[in-house]
Design a protein around this ligand. Structure first.
Ligand code: ASP
Length: 347
C-alpha cells in the first residue's frame, strides 16, 4: 500500500515542477549574471484571436525589445538603461498600448502614463497624462534623475523634459487607425460591422483584448534591479484618468532587497491593492516565495475585487516569474545563463 501511494505521488511531483514558471530557480545570484524580463500587456489574448502573421509580428517585437535591454546589460550597462532600451522598442511600435500604439480616451485623445524605479536607491520617477513625449519612459527617468519630485503630470511634465532634450512630437504622431477603431467599437459606433469574427481579428477588435501596456525589469551585473512601465491607459477612459502604471507601488516597484515588478491590467484594482508593493511585501515580511506572492495578489486580492491582469517579476537572485488572471499576457525573458523565452497565450 505504502509503495502504491509513493508511486501515485511521483507523476504529481513531476507535473508541479513543470508548471512552475521559475524553472531553474536559484537561491543565490551567480556573480556577474544579469537578466531582463518584459511584458506587452495582458488581457483576452487567445490564439484564435491572432493570425499567424500577427503572432509573428508580436514575437519579433518582443524579441527586439529583449535584445535591446540585454545588449545594454551585456556591455556592463545599468539596469535602468536596459529597461529604458527595451521599453523604447515597444513604445515605438504600434503593436502595444504605449507611445505610438496608445489607446484613445473617451474624448478621442491619447494620454500616456509611465514610471520607473531604481531598486538600489528606491529613487523613482513618473509622468501622467502626457501626449507630446515620444517615449514617456524617458520622461519618467528625467523626473527621477533631474527633479526632486516623483510624479509630474501633463503640461508641467512636458515642459520639464523638453528642457532635457527628450524628443517631443505633435500629438498626431500617436494616431493609429486600429486604436481609433477600438474606441469606436467600445463607444458602439461600429455595431453593424462587428458581428464577423474575421473582421474583428483583422482590426484587433475582439472585445476583451483591452490591455497592451508595456513593462520591463532588469538586474545588472552588479545585482541592481530596475523596473518600468509605460501605457496609454484604457480605451474610452475618462479624460484625465490616471491608472496604476505611473503609480509607484501599484503598477511598478523595485527593491534590491526583494524584486522588481511591472503590472498590466485594469489599473484601478492594482491601485486599490497597491499591487506591486504588496507582492514585494509578501516576499519580504511574510516569507512567501514570488510565485505564491503573485498568486495571492492577482487571484485572492485583485481577482476577488473583479480586476484582471498580470505581473512580471524578477527577484534579487535573477529568477524570473510571471502570472496573470486574464487569458494571456505578452511576455518574455532573456538571461545571461543563455535561457530565454517568449510567450503570449495561456499559461
Ligand atoms: N494598467 C493600465 C491602466 O490601467 C492598462 C494596461 O495595463 O493595459 O492604465
Amino acid at each position: 500500500m505504502k509503495k502504491l501511494i509513493i508511486l501515485l505521488w511521483i507523476p504529481l511531483l513531476l507535473i508541479s515542477c513543470e508548471t512552475s514558471n521559475a524553472k531553474k530557480e536559484s537561491s543565490k545570484r551567480a556573480p556577474n549574471s544579469f537578466a531582463i524580463v518584459i511584458h506587452g500587456g495582458a488581457g483576452g489574448i487567445k490564439r484564435a484571436y491572432f493570425t499567424e502573421e500577427q503572432q509573428k509580428a508580436y514575437t519579433q517585437k518582443l524579441q527586439e525589445a529583449l535584445n535591446a535591454g540585454y545588449n545594454v546589460l551585456e556591455k556592463g550597462g545599468i539596469s535602468l538603461d536596459a529597461i529604458e532600451a527595451a521599453i523604447n522598442v515597444m513604445e515605438n511600435s504600434p503593436l502595444f498600448n504605449a507611445g505610438k500604439g496608445a489607446v484613445y480616451n473617451s474624448e478621442g485623445k491619447q494620454e500616456m502614463d509611465a514610471s520607473i524605479m531604481d531598486g538600489k536607491t528606491l529613487n523613482s520617477g513618473a509622468v501622467a497624462g502626457v501626449n507630446h513625449i515620444k517615449n514617456p519612459i524617458l520622461a519618467a527617468r528625467i523626473v527621477m534623475d533631474s527633479s526632486k519630485h516623483v510624479m509630474l503630470s501633463g503640461k508641467g511634465a512636458e515642459i520639464l523634459v523638453k528642457k532635457f532634450g527628450v524628443k517631443m512630437v505633435d500629438s498626431s504622431y500617436f494616431f493609429t487607425q486600429k486604436r481609433l477603431n477600438q474606441l469606436h467599437k467600445v463607444q458602439g459606433k461600429q455595431k453593424k460591422q462587428t458581428n464577423k469574427t474575421a473582421f474583428l481579428i483583422k482590426n484587433n477588435l475582439i472585445d476583451d483584448h483591452k490591455y497592451g501596456t508595456v513593462g520591463a525589469i532588469a538586474i545588472d551585473k552588479n545585482g541592481n534591479i530596475a523596473a518600468g512601465t509605460s501605457t496609454g491607459g484604457m480605451t474610452n477612459k475618462k479624460y484625465g484618468r490616471i491608472g496604476d502604471s505611473p503609480i509607484i507601488g501599484a503598477g511598478t516597484y523595485a527593491n534590491n532587497k526583494t524584486c522588481g515588478i511591472s503590472a498590466t491590467g485594469t489599473g484601478e484594482y492594482f491601485i486599490r491593492t497597491v499591487a506591486a508593493h504588496e507582492v514585494s511585501n509578501l516576499i519580504q515580511y511574510k516569507g512567501l516565495n514570488p510565485e505564491e506572492a503573485l498568486h495571492e495578489v492577482l487571484f485572492n486580492q485583485i481577482g476577488k475585487l473583479g480586476g484582471e491582469g498580470g505581473m512580471i517579476l524578477l527577484d534579487k537572485n535573477g529568477n524570473v516569474y510571471w502570472d496573470f488572471n486574464s487569458t494571456g499576457m505578452f511576455r518574455g525573458f532573456k538571461k545571461s545563463d543563455g535561457s530565454q523565452k517568449i510567450e503570449m497565450f495561456e499559461k
